[in-house]
Write a protein that binds this ligand. Structure first.
Ligand code: MG
Length: 385
């Protein structure tokens, strides 16, 4: 089908486009299983992700604000749900497989360490003599190996397309060790459109919710945000249409319009590229240039917002203090366990005997914020048990 100009304003899912991942030749699961009927294979993947232990732990992992800083801030879990919502809306409009897009979105941060990016950077630093740590790759390890719930396999035994979508980026070195799912990083091909959409939905979600959380926390102000075109344009329009609107409503209305603009732009640009390149199947999507993208005009607007958040929110001294504490907790945990694996709980010690540092990294990456803090106390504080 031709994508351009044929989208309905809303309504139920369309028949899938010929280039949707589920219409092509599926590459299936690593361990063959009987069909998931009456569910689709990607619905089964999504369901396995929702029922995993790693998914439940997202509730107590930091996005930007550490879990105990306030009840209204995004956590990894609510961030994940927002990504899935945005990704599904886009997928429906592009006649892609919504179940696959949802599965990828729900799994995309399963490998995230406690304490957000600070935790990931600290663990990567600790792991540098042992091959490094990358949360993306860790998300794949979680679904491929670390969940132990099914009788006949380790991991969740997800479909190739879901695993491919989870692995957003990857170094050549890791790609070589990953087999089929790493191949595209060696040959420079694209993942499915569903994966491309999930990836950009992540970007739309965090840039916008970080504005909202940043304002709510008081770490950034409305005055500062005036320098961000994307915010200022919509805020001005809201103020004109609703004079005297209370501030919280104004912020929400503005952020909602920003998300709308980004989603609309992504749909238009992606639709145009699809119309131009006319992929027939998902194989054409994989061998062609990236199809899901923001327009030339949108990219600097988004870059300006990203730059603003880096300079004003992620580097705010209160965030940096939390980062410093998190780094200390992660590196001290790692140092203790790597120095003496008898300190590890039995299950993890047994893995460390076989896998060395990677088992320590798996244990730490799987911790929630508060578990990491408690474990740190148990190791370093005489009064804690
Ligand atoms: Mg994310």
């Amino acid at each position: 089908m031709s994508a351009q100009g044929t989208w309905p304003a809303g309504g139920p899912p369309l028949p899938l486009a010929s280039y949707a991942a589920s219409v092509g030749e599926p590459r299936g699961r690593r361990v063959p299983e009987p069909p998931a009927l009456p569910r689709s294979e990607f619905q089964r993947d999504r369901d396995r992700i929702v029922h995993s232990g790693a998914f439940r732990r997202l509730e107590y992992k930091t996005q930007v604000f550490v879990n105990h800083e306030g009840d209204l801030f995004r956590t990894r879990l609510t961030h994940t749900i927002e990504v899935a919502q945005i990704a599904r809306s886009i997928a429906r409009r592009l006649a892609l497989d919504e179940d696959l897009v949802e599965a990828i979105a729900l799994a995309h941060d399963l490998g995230h360490t406690p304490f957000g990016h600070a935790g990931q950077d600290a663990l990567n630093e600790c792991m540098s003599p042992y091959g490094g740590f990358e949360h993306n790759l860790q998300s794949l390890r979680v679904v491929d190996e670390l969940e132990h719930r099914y009788a006949s396999f380790d991991g969740l035994n997800l479909c190739f397309d879901t695993r491919e979508g989870i692995l957003k980026h990857c170094t050549r070195e890791f790609a070589q060790a990953l087999g089929e799912v790493g191949e595209r990083f060696l040959v420079g091909s694209q993942p499915s459109l569903e994966a491309q959409v999930a990836n950009l939905a992540d970007e739309i979600a965090y840039n916008n919710h970080d504005v909202d959380d940043g304002l709510r926390s008081g770490l950034i102000t409305l005055g500062q945000l005036e320098e961000v075109d994307l915010f200022r344009d919509h805020a001005a329009a809201v103020r004109v249409s609703y004079p005297g609107i209370p501030e919280r409503r104004m912020i929400h209305e503005t952020v909602r319009r920003m998300i709308d603009e980004l989603v609309g732009d992504l749909l238009a640009e992606t639709g145009q590229r699809i119309a131009q390149l006319r992929p027939g199947t998902v194989a054409d999507v994989r061998t062609g240039p990236p199809l899901a993208a923001f327009s030339e005009a949108m990219r600097p607007r988004l870059a300006q917002l990203r730059h603003f958040l880096h300079a004003n929110l992620y580097r705010h001294y209160r965030v940096v203090r939390m980062t410093a504490k998190s780094t200390r907790v992660i590196s001290e945990l790692f140092g203790a366990f790597i120095g003496d694996d008898r300190l590890l709980p039995d299950e993890h010690r047994r893995r460390a005997e076989k896998l060395g540092a990677r088992a320590v990294s798996d244990y730490i990456a799987g911790m929630t914020d508060r578990y990491a803090i408690r474990e740190h106390r148990r190791l370093f504080d005489f009064d804690a048990t």
